[in-house]
Design a protein around this ligand. Structure first.
Ligand code: F6R
Length: 566
């Protein structure tokens, strides 16, 4: 989703901003833009579409103080006017924003009554004008920002240019923002990845604000200056280094065995006493997650011997929801920044629930806010479609469920890893299926019982990267309606156990009799985690089909790597 990068540098900051935007590209976006200071004027360049077209427009420009943004359209269509940075009406401020302003209509109306003119449909533009308005009243930017903080309802990471000063102001609430410190100058970003060229980072906490200059940074909380620990920035973390591949999705699928081996090594001697206590004392575990992480929770929760419940994070907060002190609330998220997950977490924390966060991204908001946290250790996942993180999540939940007998399970896990390696060596049959699906518009995925959780993930992956419309069904439900769609050549995937699959076989006959092309995929359900090699096949199928259809595999349309809006 939206990405921010900003810098106050001794030299030209524009190459750094472009590099940062490129690093944030994986998050998904529709438009991009840069704003910088030039002789006490703010210059802005915006482009719809890819960063490369912005590069062409700005590569010969120079400025030492600048802000940049990738926009994933929410409020208003994908137009240059709606792209960031947004300028205040009298061109005093320009700002970039991640997050959502809930009361923007009310602020906008009241500013319009004061004579302000708006040029975009975004919630962000009201912040630029509100800041200008407050600044006109107080004559002090930090004070104006505090006024704005009180007036605005919503979430934001903001970087602000003021045409008079060689500074970048910032504010943060419920959206990530990090300061970078390096020899070239000081920077800000919503994503540590954009700060790789810097040496140290400082995480900003809720409701902090302040400014950076070329030499220093100043953080405040309720008018008090705050000092914080600087952490060294790890370099080259996100390069396609271990396995060289043409795109991240493929690379990440091929990394699955190595990631699983790594996770096993990390946790084969068990978990900390603190984590074990959490699981041994809970009367129930409630898993909360979204998308692929939700699918991993559905399947991983099966291994626990105590009762479990699994919720979509976006559906967790209801008026009736009760939070219980003997329940463990586990939040599962690759990014650790998914807004729906963080909202559900806020809800549980506000009702004094016990929370454990499991995320892949080190230092993510989820890992910082839950009382207990575990890192997934799936290494950086860049492709928008989550593949290796799904496998990592499933394995981690399995290990947590078996925390007292991991050594007994180790052999089986290693066997599964070997099987995945074998599947990755034999991709030809998967490529062939992809070839057959190239011209299709719809597909069904059928399963029975808990295998339904697996086809949910397989179908999601196909849908998101190949745009093939796919639907999941319990095999027995087919004849109660959905079979009406089956005609000559309709692809139907059937997923099940190697044995006891009569119901699937009869579903196959029913659809084949009506001309469907069927793909019967089985796994050994007697082995714990025996489905993982099969899931790897589905991930590969999604990848090859997307590639054959000429789709942008790593950055599917309309999608974002971390969904930071509700
Ligand atoms: C699908 C996918 C999404 C994410 C979902 C949650 O391939 O990537 O469905 O799984 O947006 O993201 P995290 O796990 O970062 O909370």
């Amino acid at each position: 989703m939206c990405g921010i990068v900003a810098g106050a540098f001794q030299d030209n900051v524009i190459p750094f901003l472009l590099y940062g935007l490129k690093q944030e590209e994986y998050r998904g976006y529709d438009a991009c833009g840069i704003g910088f200071l030039e002789k006490k004027e703010i210059q802005i360049v915006k482009k719809i579409g890819r960063i490369n077209s912005l590069v062409e427009k700005v590569q010969n420009l120079k400025g030492n103080i600048g802000i940049a943004h990738t926009r994933w359209a929410t409020h208003g269509k994908n137009t240059e006017n709606n792209a960031h940075p947004h300028m205040s009406m009298h061109r005093i401020f320009a700002l970039v924003h991640n997050g959502t302003i809930y009361n923007y209509k009310e602020i906008r109306t009241s500013l319009m009554q004061k004579g302000y003119v708006f040029y975009s449909q975004t919630d962000t533009e009201c912040l630029a004008n509100l800041l200008e308005y407050e600044y006109a009243l107080s004559g002090n930017i930090l004070e104006a920002m505090q006024q704005m903080q009180q007036r605005v309802k919503g979430t934001y990471a903001l970087c602000i240019l003021n045409k008079e000063e060689e500074r970048i102001y910032f504010m943060k609430k419920s959206a990530p923002l990090i300061i970078g410190i390096g020899k070239q100058g000081i920077s800000l970003s919503s994503d540590i990845r954009a700060l790789e060229q810097q040496d140290f980072s400082v995480d900003l906490d809720e409701e902090e604000y302040g400014y950076i200059t070329k030499e220093n940074y100043f953080i405040y909380n309720q008018n008090q200056r705050v000092t914080k620990k600087e952490k060294p920035i790890q370099k080259n973390r996100f390069q396609k280094k271990e396995i060289s591949m043409d795109c991240y999705m493929k690379k990440e699928i091929f990394e699955i065995p190595y990631i699983l081996e790594n996770i096993l090594k990390k946790y084969e001697n068990g978990f900390s006493a603190e984590i074990i206590n959490l699981f041994s004392q809970a009367s129930k575990i409630v898993f909360i997650a979204s998308g692929t992480s939700y699918h991993a929770a559905l399947i991983g929760s099966q291994y626990f011997s105590i009762p479990t419940e699994i919720y979509f994070s976006s559906e967790f907060i209801t008026e009736e929801r009760k939070i219980h002190s003997d329940v463990l609330y586990v939040f599962l998220s690759q990014s650790g920044e998914t807004m729906d997950v963080l909202k559900a977490l806020e809800f549980v924390l506000s009702h004094k629930g016990i929370t454990l966060g499991i995320a892949n991204v080190e230092n993510s908001t989820l890992l910082r806010k839950t009382q207990y946290s575990l890192q997934m250790h799936a290494e950086a996942e860049v492709a928008v479609a989550s593949t290796k993180a799904y496998c990592a999540e499933v394995l981690l939940l399995y290990l947590l469920a078996k925390y007292d007998k991991i050594s007994f399970c180790k052999e089986n896990i290693l066997l599964i890893i070997r099987e995945i390696k074998e599947h990755l060596k034999n991709v030809e049959s998967i490529e062939n299926i992809a070839e057959q699906l190239k011209e299709k518009e719809h597909a069904y995925f059928l399963a029975k019982g808990k295998d339904y959780f697996l086809i949910q993930e397989a179908s999601l992956k196909i849908k998101e990267v190949t745009y093939l419309h796919s639907e999941t069904l319990y095999a027995g439900e087919l004849k109660h309606g959905p079979i009406a769609l089956i005609d000559e050549g309709f692809p139907v995937f059937l997923l099940g156990n190697k044995e006891n699959n009569e119901a699937l076989l009869s579903a196959r006959e029913e659809v084949e009799a009506r001309g469907a092309v069927t793909y019967f995929m089985t796994y050994d359900a007697k082995q714990d985690l025996g489905f993982l090699p099969l899931m790897t096949d589905f991930f590969l199928l999604a990848f090859y089909l997307a590639q054959k259809k000429g789709c942008d595999v790593d950055k599917p349309r309309n999608l974002a790597k971390s969904v930071t809006v509700e």
